[in-house]
Design a protein around this ligand. Structure first.
Ligand SMILES: [Zn+2]
Length: 178
């Protein structure tokens, strides 16, 4: 069932200015990516990463994420004003097809260098996926990616966006609490 609330109605009215695919890419996917980093950053534990070609454990304290393909630990959210670099949410299977764009197991924190300037570090990312998420999950994602692309309705996208925003709020409270 869809969330029926004033918040939902307000967001749906705004969403109707866009095609579902535009709304997905511009308003839903960025929230999804922020949520993934926020939830990583809300934890205070060892993270498995690929560092200098080997699988290693690094400690990412609350508020920080470790780049899965190089091990660099960075604050979860960029802040241009204070010059904080932040970290990206990198996609294992690139291409941004709707069938795979919002799959939580297809994404992980990645530094800007690995994600944008190094073709996503495909080889290291593959090793990390195999180690952390396993072959069955990789196969499931590849199958999803090969399917006819998924069509979202606006109502569904607004519901997803609200869910992501709520999860970000919870994670941010945990980050602030340290
Ligand atoms: Zn990196």
């Amino acid at each position: 069932m869809l969330t029926k609330s004033k918040r939902f109605d307000r967001m749906l009215a705004k969403a109707k200015e866009f095609m579902p695919s535009t709304y997905l890419n511009r308003y839903v996917a960025p929230k999804f990516q922020l949520m993934v980093r926020a939830e990583y950053a809300a934890r205070d534990e060892l993270e498995t990463v690929i560092h200098q070609g080997t699988i290693q454990k690094v400690r990412a304290h609350t508020g920080y994420c470790a780049c899965v393909t190089c091990g660099k630990v960075l604050w979860w959210k960029a802040d241009k004003k204070s010059g904080v670099e932040g970290i990206d949410t990198g996609h294992f299977i690139a291409g941004r097809r709707a069938s795979i764009l919002l799959e939580e197991t297809n994404v992980a924190p990645q530094c800007v260098f690995c994600n944008r300037h190094n073709h996503g570090m495909v080889e290291a990312y593959s090793r990390w996926m195999l180690e952390v998420r396993g072959k069955a999950e990789i196969d499931r994602l590849r199958m999803l990616n090969n399917q006819v692309s998924r069509k979202f309705e606006l109502e569904e996208l607004v519901t997803l966006r609200i869910g992501y925003m709520d999860r970000i709020k919870v994670a941010e409270e945990n980050i602030d609490a340290g």
